[in-house]
Design a protein around this ligand. Structure first.
Ligand SMILES: Cc1cc2nc3c(=O)[nH]c(=O)nc-3n(C[C@H](O)[C@H](O)[C@H](O)COP(=O)(O)O)c2cc1C
Length: 204
């Protein structure tokens, strides 16, 4: 499928701020899809390259790009899941951990967004927030492309052996696995917070 994504601007190009009603309409109604509902087809290699380019356009204090991507798909994703199954077998609640792997095994494509903070002037907290923004943008971009998508962490984002199996270096953290695919079931609206009830206006 081709998507009408404009070419990335060149450094220094003027990028006028203009209304984007389509984006507002998308934000008003978008939903994550259950990872267990995601089947073939997933984004193609070309589409994935576009999605990652879009996801990397997030606010990033200090221009550090304090994150990276690990693509999980096909036989290699199945092999990663099989390694996790072996690790899960060593845990007391192994069957529960194995059951959770369905969200990794079912979708055709996953991307681990890996946060890697660097020491320096920019607080680590801000670098982690930027990694979260990458996850959100990837989730939204995949949805805008017409794919169901879900942001998952789960036990294998935290388990030391699972992290090693994924190939994380010391100091790296999984900000999220963003799974993508085609969903036959339209997600239903969930309970939403009342933004007004969460808002105060600071007064002197
Ligand atoms: C940091 C983070 C971690 C999440 N981890 C999980 C998870 O482990 N398992 C899960 O089923 N959903 C997980 N979710 C997804 C949410 O539970 C749920 O899909 C999402 O909030 C749906 O909201 P939406 O439809 O507004 O996108 C996670 C979401 C976030 C932001």
């Amino acid at each position: 499928m081709t998507h009408d994504i404009p070419a990335a601007p060149a450094f220094g190009d003027a990028l006028p701020v203009s209304p984007a009603p389509g984006v507002l309409a998308f934000l008003a109604r978008r939903r994550s899809a259950s990872a267990l509902s995601l089947g073939a087809r997933g984004p193609s290699d070309e589409e994935l390259a576009d999605l990652l380019t879009l996801a990397a356009r997030v606010p990033d204090h200090g221009k550090l790009a304090p994150w990276r991507f690990i693509v999980l798909r096909g036989e290699d994703k199945a092999a990663f899941a099989a390694r996790l199954e072996v690790l899960a077998a060593d845990h007391a609640d192994g069957p529960k951990l194995v059951a959770k792997l369905g969200k990794l095994k079912t979708p055709p494509l996953g991307v681990a967004v890996v946060s890697r903070t660097v020491d320096g002037e920019i607080p680590a907290w801000e670098q982690l927030l930027s990694a979260g923004a990458v996850c959100t943008t990837l989730l939204y971009a995949a949805t805008a492309m017409g794919y169901g998508a879900n942001w998952i962490t789960d036990w294998y984002a935290y388990d030391p052996q699972a992290r090693a199996a994924l190939g994380l270096d010391e100091g790296e953290q999984v900000a999220g696995f963003v799974f993508m695919g085609t969903t036959a079931e339209p997600p239903q609206e969930r309970v939403r917070p009342d933004a007004a009830a969460l808002t105060t206006v600071w007064k002197d």
